[in-house]
Design a binder for this molecule. Structure first.
Ligand SMILES: Cc1cc2nc3c(=O)[nH]c(=O)nc-3n(C[C@H](O)[C@H](O)[C@H](O)COP(=O)(O)OP(=O)(O)OC[C@H]3O[C@@H](n4cnc5c(N)ncnc54)[C@H](O)[C@@H]3O)c2cc1C
Length: 177
């Protein structure tokens, strides 16, 4: 199976005069360029604070839910939710795939565990910081990896690559940036 990408249907927003750029451009409150109009989910092109405000258009259920919270908070006059690390999952028969973060500006890919056992994780690193993790049947790698992506903490790569060192220890030994 080959995935060849998706096209956001942003014509309605564009025709209405809203700013679009491969999706409807929104801010951290899910507001479009018209402050009275919100856009969330697959069609929204939005900033991601943990990556320095870089813009992303994401296609996942957690993304749609997070943006629903942002829009609801803005409409209700409450502060926007914080502390988000984008993630998604998929269950394929006996394989649980969990992905956190986005793999960009990556200069090293580190595999933890043995793919032959169908229980492993692939970490994408920029320097000594984790940009994203793809975990196969490896919930601790996903959970702790997600935490490390969110906190932007530099990690000890040798420990991260060693399955004998628990992810809890890897996380505990990561230094605060
Ligand atoms: C095959 C497949 C597998 C996926 N698997 C996963 C997964 O494992 N994990 C994961 O996190 N995400 C997965 N996704 C992505 C996930 O489904 C989407 O990211 C999510 O549903 C996006 O939510 P949304 O509200 O933005 O859009 P949608 O869920 O697509 O909702 C948009 C709604 O708007 C309606 N609509 C469209 N045009 C109009 C109109 N003009 N007037 C009125 N209503 C309209 C549509 O009928 C639809 O109900 C998968 C997607 C696909 C296609």
């Amino acid at each position: 199976m080959v995935g060849v990408g998706a096209q956001p249907n942003d014509e309605l927003a564009r025709d209405a005069g809203l700013e679009t750029a491969r999706g409807v451009v929104v801010d951290l409150e899910a507001r479009t360029s018209d402050p009275a109009i919100f856009a969330i989910g697959d069609v929204a092109h939005r900033p991601m604070p943990i990556y320095g405000g870089r813009m992303f258009r994401m296609e996942s259920v957690p993304n749609a839910l997070e943006q629903a919270k942002q829009a609801a908070s803005a409409i209700a006059g409450r502060p926007a939710p914080t502390g988000e690390c984008p993630w998604q999952w998929s269950d394929q028969y006996d394989l649980k795939l969990q992905i956190a973060g986005y793999a960009f500006d990556v200069d090293e890919i580190l595999v933890r565990g043995d793919p032959a056992t169908a229980k492993f994780a692939v970490f994408h690193l920029a320097g000594d910081r984790i940009q994203s993790v793809e975990a196969i049947n490896a919930p601790p790698e996903f959970m702790m990896g997600r935490q490390l992506i969110l906190n932007r903490k530099p990690v000890d790569k040798a420990k991260l690559a060693d399955p004998a060192v628990s992810m809890k220890e890897v996380e505990a030994r990561a230094s605060v940036s």
